[in-house]
Design a protein around this ligand. Structure first.
Ligand code: GLN
Length: 274
């Protein structure tokens, strides 16, 4: 079978063209930026073993497995991260909180930063790459997620300090606390579409706010004077998160929209500790 025939078969099974191309490149040991190569060489033959591997990946993709788990890779903020089912796939919308964090860090020298619930390490590694002078820590409750994050840090040669912990337990003091915690409601209908990703990275109680509440409550004691707390949250949680921040004494409450124009991150400056 030729590459063109393999792509046609995937399309007939209902795969999106881009997914079919990226999976075929993966089977051929090529990177996702080589789609032009694929178009130019689509009369080449696909070896039987590769054909079988491709058919398997296509049926898994059809069954809803994220493309990133099948290729083992996801780009985030320009960083090629390795991911698998131990971590949530980093979302493009999460780049919003990284951009905001980097803006706030701009005037600071050697800032202290902590990323809570780091998963693949995406936020912490993106900040560390942009700010080599920053002292970036990252925690996760999941030892499995930390193994993924540590491997990414090592491969990318970024000196983020990883630690297994429940939010801010055992943490020091920081200029910036940043988190993309679980924030989906336990009964949310979207969870069906996310069934291949770790539930512990997605769900936060009946109202989806359990972890955001815990982090807002704990953060003031871990922020340096003038420090900021930035949180990613669900599409309909901005008002609730702002109320949590206000109740905890945070000031200069602000927010940022994601790529879809939805308020996706909220934050504030540390309350003065009396
Ligand atoms: N943004 C993710 C989604 O809806 C959820 C991530 C999270 O809970 N932190 O797919």
């Amino acid at each position: 079978m030729t590459l063109r025939e393999a792509l046609a078969r995937a399309a007939a099974q209902g795969l999106a063209r881009i997914d079919a191309q990226l999976l075929l490149l993966h089977v051929l040991g090529r990177v996702g930026t080589e789609r032009g190569w694929l178009v130019a060489h689509d009369d080449e033959a696909l070896a039987p073993a590769a054909e079988a591997a491709y058919a398997d990946l296509c049926s898994r993709r059809n069954a809803g497995e994220p493309l990133a788990y099948l290729t083992g890779e996801k780009e985030f903020f320009g960083l090629p991260l390795q991911v698998d089912a131990r971590v949530l796939v980093p979302r493009p919308d999460t780049e919003t909180i990284v951009e905001w964090a980097l803006e706030l860090l701009r005037p600071l020298r050697a800032p202290r930063v902590i990323d809570l619930g780091t998963g693949s390490g995406a936020i912490a590694l993106a900040i560390q790459r942009a700010r080599p002078d920053a002292r970036v820590e990252a925690v996760d409750r999941s030892a499995e997620a930390l193994a993924v994050a540590r491997a990414n840090a090592q491969r990318l040669q970024l000196p983020v300090q990883f630690r297994q912990a429940d939010w801010l337990a055992g943490a020091g003091r920081y200029d910036l606390v940043v988190s993309n915690p679980p924030y989906v409601r336990a009964q949310d209908e979207h969870l069906a579409a996310l069934r291949h990703e770790p539930l512990s990275a997605l769900v936060a109680g009946e109202d989806g706010l359990a972890d955001l509440r815990a982090i807002v409550g704990a953060a003031p004691a871990h922020l340096a004077p003038g420090g900021w707390l930035l949180l990613e949250h669900g599409w309909d949680q901005a008002a609730a998160v702002e109320a949590l921040l206000a109740a905890a004494g945070f000031t200069r409450l602000s927010n940022r929209k994601d790529l879809g124009g939805i308020v996706r991150c909220s934050g504030g400056q540390a309350p003065e500790l009396g």
